[in-house]
Design a protein around this ligand. Structure first.
Ligand code: RIB
Length: 307
């Protein structure tokens, strides 16, 4: 099992379920309000750890109750949090409405803004330890770029989930071994909407032209498209009842990196990642909904892509 360093966000999610979204100025009754542990970085770290990887997290929480609870939550999954700093800022918070299984998220990154290049530079030894470094965009963009350069300096692999999508320094893409955007993010980065096979392949080739060695573009109900040995391949989805899509992408990325870290092929890794993500969306919440390795094995015994 390889060592995986996640550099990213730790949030507390405030989630409410609603039949429809309110109109401007309207107050609606929602239901099933819950406070969950989230953050794209933390969710990906939880997915990696729950499926059996060695995981260290570099991030930041605030000096508040949410921060303390979020940190304890990560520790409870066996994630090494020695390099999560406690910053003088509120813990990151996401207000999430779930409507018909889909989510809308408003984010205050709070303490995540304190994951600066300086904080990363002080922890250079982590890049010796790691085989893969997994990042997203809920920490400052200059920190993502700095960490990507640091990863390459140490000869390790950069896995980038460009979410929430933002304009990035072109130098970042040149460091990326594997980019994993959803279709919306792929369109914003490349200017090409991956709406059919031809345009999806163009979008993937455009990501590679930017400098990313490999790419997986998740396509919602259409599954995903990915590169393998110079080819572009497709995988469908498992047919499950969707309850909450929060952390769908995060759990997919966790499953993909776990599989690749075990030396599996891209085709095998994508199937495993889809299974992790399918179980996740069939349950409410973010990190809490992500399955363990045993749960994924059980799921794979009884489900097949396309059924
Ligand atoms: O990807 C899902 C995550 O995005 C949520 O847990 C929320 O914290 C936001 O960061």
């Amino acid at each position: 099992m390889k060592n995986i360093l996640v550099i990213g966000s730790i949030n507390v999610d405030y989630v409410i379920y609603t039949e429809r979204l309110p109109k401007l100025g309207e107050t609606l009754n929602g239901k099933d309000f819950a406070m969950n542990f989230g953050g794209k970085g933390a969710n990906q770290a939880v997915a990696l750890s729950k499926t059996g990887c060695n995981v260290k997290m570099l991030g930041a929480v605030g000096k508040d109750l949410s921060g303390e609870l979020a940190l304890n939550n990560l520790k409870s999954f066996g994630i090494d949090t020695s390099d999560v700093i406690v910053a003088d800022a509120p813990t990151g918070a996401a207000v999430i409405t779930v409507c018909g299984g889909d989510n809308h998220i408003i984010l205050d990154i709070g303490a995540n803004a304190c994951v600066t290049p300086e904080v990363i530079a002080e922890r250079e030894a982590l890049f010796d330890w790691a085989d893969f470094v997994v990042m997203q965009y809920e920490i400052p963009m200059e920190s993502v770029l700095f960490a990507a350069h640091m990863t390459k300096k140490h000869g390790k692999k950069v896995v980038l989930n460009p979410a929430p999508v933002k304009e990035a320094d072109p130098a970042l893409y040149a460091c990326v071994d594997m980019i994993i955007p959803n279709e919306f993010e792929a369109q914003l980065i490349t200017g090409i909407e991956p709406k059919d096979e031809k345009s999806t392949e163009e979008a993937i080739r455009a990501l590679q032209a930017l400098g990313c060695s490999d790419a997986v573009v998740t396509l919602g109900k259409r599954g995903c498209a990915y590169t393998e040995g110079g080819e572009i391949r497709y995988a469908g989805i498992y047919n499950v009842k969707v309850v909450d899509t929060t952390a769908a992408g995060d759990s997919f990325i966790g499953g993909l990196c776990k599989s690749l870290s075990e030396g599996k092929s891209m085709t095998e890794a994508v199937v495993y990642a889809s299974a992790v993500s399918s179980v996740t969306v069939s349950r409410p919440g973010a990190g809490v909904s992500i399955p363990t390795a045993c749960e994924v094995e059980e799921f794979l015994k009884t489900h097949h892509i396309g059924d």
